[in-house]
Design a binder for this molecule. Sequence first.
Ligand SMILES: Cc1cc2nc3c(=O)[nH]c(=O)nc-3n(C[C@H](O)[C@H](O)[C@H](O)COP(=O)(O)OP(=O)(O)OC[C@H]3O[C@@H](n4cnc5c(N)ncnc54)[C@H](O)[C@@H]3O)c2cc1C
Length: 373
Amino acid sequence: MSTLISHAKEQRLIDLASELSAKFALTAAEIDRNAELPKDNLRELFERGLDTAVLPEEKGGAGISYRTFGRIVFEIARGCPSTACVWLMNTAAAESLITLSSPERSEHYLREWKQGKRFANALSEPSSGNLFLNPVQEATPLGDGDWSLDGAKRFVSGAELADYFLINASIDGQPAFFGVERDDTVDIHDIWDALGMRGTRSQLIGFRGTRLQAANRFVEAASPRQNLIALGLPWLSLGIAQAAYDALIAQAKGKKLADGKPLSLVQWIQYETADVHVRLKAAKLLAERLLELADEGSRETIIVSMEAKILANQIAKDAADLGLRVGGGLAFTRALSFERHLRDAQAGGLMAYSSELCRLYVAKYELGVQEQG
Ligand SMILES: Cc1cc2nc3c(=O)[nH]c(=O)nc-3n(C[C@H](O)[C@H](O)[C@H](O)COP(=O)(O)OP(=O)(O)OC[C@H]3O[C@@H](n4cnc5c(N)ncnc54)[C@H](O)[C@@H]3O)c2cc1C
């Protein structure tokens, strides 16, 4: 994202994401019901150039700003959150592998990404997904410079489609990151019978003596960089919040009570709509500030991404909850979309860093507490 492209070009990509999102919305309920990967959506995002848009122009991408990247995640999530989640994870894994690998491996990953190969993040360990940057599974040296990994990673979004995994392991007690090409030492276990985000099929992956090649180990970043997942996760929740909010406004305007008056005239609905509206707006403003800081190259994004995530995760739940109450009994069924928004909204606060952990880090930062346990 070194070279910023023109505002008009960035807006065209946001409009494209919005157009595709409206189409994805038509199948989002079916994808959720069947817990199926949104393969066609992912393929279309790739074919319309959104996968590589995040890459700098010198690498054949569009060099979009982080601001545009966040908006794209938001637009896709409004239509189909599972698609947005897999897309965010895939894009972030590919971008990391292309940026942080040796020049030779970087070229390889770049070629593969441009050809539509899929990359997944396999970072969360079953013992504690929130400590994904400090893996406890120790890789074993093979004596030829490479290592071998026996272990497991959990909740790998889009795992079944992935050609490459970004994984981490402990080497001599220190975290180390590698690109791993899928082979027959990598087993995918179908555990994904999930409450929400069912189309992500975030499976458990087992490693049986998987070779971690020294040549595929991350090198030191040339310059400080931003983390696409940390920037994108608030927008994933905000997309769900927006979808729930739009649906509740439509429901309040369209549904008439026995006296023939629309629900929008009911006072408690007016009060609570105002409350959700203002908090959604505030959450979006903070998430926009996060992206501005990222575009400025600020390190403040580490803490602001957590602040933005706290608000975004909560407003997604609250907008869906209000929708459920405005929708009444019918909203308790699949006839209305609120039950799906409510289930999908739970994921944001669980995904690392969880809302609880974000609060802990923000509080410790504010209170000047050094220890980060
Ligand atoms: C839809 C979805 C998609 C995902 N996709 C991916 C993916 O593509 N790749 C990937 O690697 N991972 C992925 N994850 C995993 C995710 O990022 C988290 O790692 C995971 O949800 C954390 O779950 P856990 O059960 O390991 O929680 P734990 O870390 O065990 O946390 C359990 C509870 O303990 C709390 N807690 C944990 N540590 C502390 C602490 N130090 N202090 C106080 N409280 C603490 C947490 O807040 C939580 O309430 C996905 C998860 C979901 C739900």
